[in-house]
Design a binder for this molecule. Structure first.
Ligand code: DGT
Ligand code: CA
Ligand code: CA
Length: 582
């Protein structure tokens, strides 16, 4: 049982309680537990198997949650969850996936109209029965129908998994394969090696000594649910999580060509093949060959394949046929940013709003990573569910940060905590803190948290107005998407980028796994227009700083170099940038 599965129990308990209109504090504590568990980098299952007491060290997990985690891991079930599902049908939970339907509304829909499936909701909206519910009218019916349409689209496009689900699963699977004596190379290829934001299936390539039982090892993996096919050189399985995985066993001498081919993308491969053809060569998954003589030119390494067709090696993240082959030819490939270039995180929550830990705990975790700074960015009061701060509470938080920095200075520590806020960009484009308060901050992060269904022109105008105030330094999660559950809101990104450029605003690459917002395409556009990017995590717990990994790889897919990223700068330079941006 992985952490995501355990977290799902708690998220659903929170939803079910809220549907039943139960105590909001109870709801919040379950939801928080779910979020904390989702963000843990260590497997709870292995912790519990080793020593149940070790759970006590996880911040934000109390004894009652602790007991339920153990119950779930040991029995695969949770009594509270099961009892709630006796009162609320599971279809009502499904209603929550329709954007605009929260637990309160779902509860009302069920209680007043007996709606317990998305189909029934659609029928009721078409029959104009939703307007009988308090607070709903003709407009909400239209909105819900549109949202159901979206839900169906997402559902049919699913089957794709978040990078953050597939990546650790593939790594574990590869480790399992490496554990078999006789195995030589194990590589994860496909979209995972290119670090795409969603993954269709896991592709694993193996080379081994003759007679090694690779396929047995592959299909006997404990996480396998179904074996779809099992052959001599290729097998396919479905894991318990629903992920599909392929394995191919290859000869050592074809490995370079195979890893190149199976890394893709398909369109990159097609372009390479055309190029080879023009040179009188034939490129396939088996190697590079002279068309006339059939002589093999591609060797064991991927570099050899590229060299044979006159190119330097191209980093997998760029292989989307978006100009990388031309750039490689001219010797103009970017020097892509790396994880070690990041000097701090500029989007960090604490328990003053909806985070789980104190400022000091977040700072300690960041220091342990070798960071030089973090920017504390708690929510503003418009984001009520996040317990957002008003001006007075923010001023108090600033004093606390000053105190902490004094302490750090006294200890001779170079690390600094910067004063910031995630100021909500209200529907009318104004910011949710007064200018007097904003002026006192080191850096202001602005973000949209509501009114996602606004028409495109209105949303663009709203964001442009906020950036034009001169107070915003960074626009957070600029499109609002949640991978697999919420489409980006409609916004003219070219115009937002132009406005950011004009006012010296940075755009965020939010590295939280379900966001990865901006995406690769928009990042590249921002870079081309000279807008700087902040690769930050939106950390709500000390563990979340890890997510920067997904941000860095997404940035690489957007062709970003160290100089394009604001939080690669040392503290002094960073502060000057933010001052000049105002
Ligand atoms: P995914 O799994 O949908 O996230 O994306 P990929 O890129 O991992 O695609 P997948 O698993 O279907 O195939 C792995 C790689 O194999 C793909 O990136 C390129 C290569 N490949 C697969 N089919 C073709 C093809 O028809 N032509 C060419 N040139 N390459 C292919
Ligand atoms: Ca794949
Ligand atoms: Ca595949």
């Amino acid at each position: 049982m992985d952490n995501a599965e355990i977290a799902k129990f708690f998220m659903e308990i929170a939803d079910l309680l809220e549907i039943k209109n139960e105590n909001p504090f109870r709801v919040r504590s379950y939801r928080n537990a779910g979020l904390i568990i989702e963000g843990l980098p260590i497997s709870l299952e292995s912790m519990v198997l080793k020593d149940e007491k070790s759970l006590e060290d996880i911040p934000g997990i109390g004894t009652s949650i602790h007991e339920k985690i153990v119950e779930i891991i040991k029995t695969g079930q949770c009594g509270v969850h099961r009892d709630l599902l006796k009162e609320v049908p599971s279809g009502v939970l499904e209603l929550l996936k329709v954007s605009g339907v929260g637990p309160k509304k779902a509860g009302l829909l069920y209680e007043k109209l007996g709606i317990k499936t998305v189909e029934a909701l659609e029928e009721a909206a078409r029959a104009h029965r939703l307007r009988n519910i308090p607070g709903m009218g003709e407009r909400s019916e239209g909105k819900i129908l549109k949202a159901i349409e979206e839900y169906k689209n997402l559902k049919s496009s699913s089957g794709r998994f978040r990078l953050s689900t597939a990546e650790p699963a593939a790594r574990k699977y590869a480790e399992h394969m490496k554990g078999l004596p006789g195995v030589i190379d194990v590589e994860v290829a496909g979209s995972l090696r290119r670090w795409k934001d969603t993954i269709g299936d896991i592709d694993i390539l193996v080379t081994c000594r003759k007679g090694t039982p690779v396929m047995e090892r592959f299909t006997n993996y404990p996480e396998v649910r179904d074996v779809v096919s099992k052959g001599e050189t290729k097998s396919m399985v479905i894991l318990k999580s629903g992920l599909q995985a392929d394995v191919r066993v290859l000869e050592k001498k074809a490995f370079g060509a195979a890893i190149q081919y199976f890394t893709g993308s398909k369109s990159h491969n097609i372009a390479l093949r055309d190029r080879a053809k023009k040179m009188g060569l034939k490129l396939s998954e088996y190697g590079v060959f002279e068309e006339k003589t059939g002589k093999r030119l591609g060797f064991e390494k991927e570099e050899d394949v590229y060299r044979a067709i006159g190119l330097p090696w191209i980093p997998p993240e760029l292989r989307e046929n978006r100009g990388e082959i031309e750039a490689a030819e001219k010797g103009e490939l970017p020097t892509l940013i790396e994880g070690k270039d990041i000097k701090g995180d500029l989007h960090v929550h604490t328990n003053q709003s909806d985070g789980n830990s104190t400022i000091e705990e977040m700072a300690e975790s960041a220091m342990a990573r070798g960071y030089e700074y973090i920017l504390i960015t708690d929510h503003s009061k418009a984001v009520g569910i996040a317990h957002g701060l008003d001006g007075a509470r923010l001023e108090k938080e600033m004093r606390e940060i000053d105190g902490l920095n004094e302490k750090l200075k006294k200890n001779g520590t170079k690390f600094r905590v910067l004063k910031g806020a995630e100021a909500d960009i209200r529907a009318d484009g104004t910011l949710d803190f007064s200018p007097e308060v904003l002026k006192k901050l080191d850096c202001v992060v602005g973000a949209v948290h509501s009114g996602f269904s606004m028409p495109k022109a209105e949303m663009t105008g709203r964001i442009v107005k906020a950036l034009s105030t001169g107070y915003v330094n960074i626009l957070a999660h600029p499109t609002g998407r949640l991978i697999g559950s919420r489409q980006p809101y409609e916004v003219d990104m070219e115009e937002v980028i132009a406005c950011a450029k004009k006012h010296g605003v940075c755009l965020e690459l939010n590295s939280y796994p379900e966001r990865l917002d901006l995406n690769d395409v928009h990042l590249r556009l921002a870079k081309e227009r000279g807008v700087m990017i902040s690769i930050s995590t939106d950390a709500h717990s000390p563990f979340h700083f890890e997510y920067v990994l997904y941000g860095v790889y997404t940035a690489r897919r957007g062709w970003l170099e160290k100089t394009d990223v604001v939080n690669t700068r040392p503290l002094g330079e960073l502060m000057k940038l933010f001052k000049d941006g105002r």
